[in-house]
Design a protein around this ligand. Sequence first.
Ligand code: FAD
Ligand code: NAG
Ligand code: NAG
Length: 530
Amino acid sequence: MIKASMSLTLSMFLVLFLFVSLATCDTSLDNFLQCLPSHSHPSYPVSRAVYRRSNSSFEPTFRAYAKASRFLTSATPKPLAIIAAMHESHVQATVICAKSNGLQIRIRSGGHDYEGLSYVSNVPFVILDMFNLRSIDIDIVRKTAWIQSGATIGELYYNIAKKSNVFAFPAGVCFTLGAGGHISGGGYGNMMRKYGLSIDNIVDAKLVDVNGKILDRKSMGEDLFWAIRGSGGASFGVILSWKINLVQVPPKVTTFNVAKTLKEGATDLVYRWQEVASKLDQELFIRASPQVVNGGSGGSKTISVSFIGQFLGPSSKLLPLMKRRFPELGLQQKDCNEMSWVESTLYWFGRSGRSLDVLLDRPTETSFFKRKSDYVKNVIPKEGLENIWKMMIKVEPVWMQWNPYGGRMDEIPATATPFPHRAGNLFKIQYSTDWSDQEGSEATNRHINLLRQMYEAMTPYVSKDPREAFLNYRDIDIGSNPSNQTNFENAKVYGSKLFKDNFMRLVKVKSKVDPDNFFKNEQSIPLGMA
Ligand SMILES: Cc1cc2nc3c(=O)[nH]c(=O)nc-3n(C[C@H](O)[C@H](O)[C@H](O)COP(=O)(O)OP(=O)(O)OC[C@H]3O[C@@H](n4cnc5c(N)ncnc54)[C@H](O)[C@@H]3O)c2cc1C
Ligand SMILES: *[C@@H]1O[C@H](CO)[C@@H](O)[C@H](O)[C@H]1NC(C)=O
Ligand SMILES: *[C@@H]1O[C@H](CO)[C@@H](O)[C@H](O)[C@H]1NC(C)=O
């Protein structure tokens, strides 16, 4: 009896507590929304950019730029509102009013964050959505462009190609990546060995700081401009747009995809690939992608490794080069496809032969996935490779992409940007697993555990002290803070893996430009210790 009444009191207390905290949210939301117009440009009514939960477009707008099904369940906390800025002043207003009303914001451009950090938080928050701010302004004479955060890289590729077939921009493979998150997190793609990352080709930026001021490179200063190129923008402000340098490409590039199974000598080939891939001409990028397939002896599983390549030039130049430097792969004319650079972006994204218009698509599909990353600095011995294949078969379905470094990546100092993974890296690994909700409620945990087992088994072969990781392959397992606070010691754990010695410089910049830590998330840059 006593027990029952106690639990009754407790649940009444909980209801009351929930009611009070919801009411608090409601008033801060109302105050926030009432604050917006006075900081917005009068010709662009901010009311048209606001989606409250009661609005029938709230849910579709929330989902339109949320790529990970794992964070789209009914249990996932939703934002109190979405502000889909239609003018730069709406961004300023959102920052000013969220700050003055104690609301957290999540900034979203393309919504590809692997851990959903741009649209999920465990504390009351609003999403500042950038998808309406998507202009791209190309100056082909000066070989530069301004691109707003809400533009996709597919749109960028499309617009460059409309103006010229000998210019390009080094960025990722997936067309729908948002310029805001993708570039601020580094921006890696298959021209990396020739031109570095996206961040290595940024010459100016516009950002809204914690006071709601719009800054450019000159007014933000070199420290902040350094910080936003590779540390993710979300710790420092809201990136409105980037000024990029276009890079030169030949009218014809060559792509190929040659797959070998273990029976066909994949282990020896991968061993050799490790020795040469990071030393080849900068024009040549060859990814090795191991996966589990059927076809082992007696109907068992085996490994097939795809060597997917891109050469900035014609096959007549590529073939002799391969014969000289990597004859073991046995590349032949029939393996080679020549195309313009923009067509190669379709090739890499599995859209060969489609109209260039697919670069402009903004599909809303989502999927269940988990990704992790590693860096390799020493050639993995053949017994090591054999252990890796065995483990892959054990934890199936897990596959990997091994992306070669070297070339331009070796020339750029590790301190030039916050991105520290430069000279000395042979390749970067991305680990992947996907699943579907048809596989039952246990599928999520099961797959995440499989990927973690694979990662664990790779320990002897990858970087250590710290075990490095790539920010754009967001992985909450490498350390995190709760949504509502940033503890320096926690942050040092993930910060040293992502930024190595650049971490402390980032902390210094952060402490200067956002001393109250308004811009935060589970893996943001912390303030320095007092
Ligand atoms: C299918 C797929 C393919 C991918 N391929 C590649 C690849 O080839 N190369 C590569 O490097 N990466 C790749 N990635 C990873 C991708 O680069 C990152 O997920 C990147 O953060 C996506 O940027 P976004 O704007 O789309 O994401 P969002 O989820 O919108 O943002 C990611 C992070 O950046 C912050 N952010 C977003 N916009 C702004 C802004 N305007 N100002 C400040 N902070 C902002 C967010 O708050 C969040 O922390 C891929 C991801 C997916 C899902
Ligand atoms: C939903 O919000 C949008 C954007 O502010 C607005 O244009 C629209 O009228 C709203 N719809 C409803 C049903 O309130
Ligand atoms: C953060 O949230 C947790 C859980 O809601 C709470 O216990 C903790 O006190 C909060 N911390 C701060 C600094 O607000």
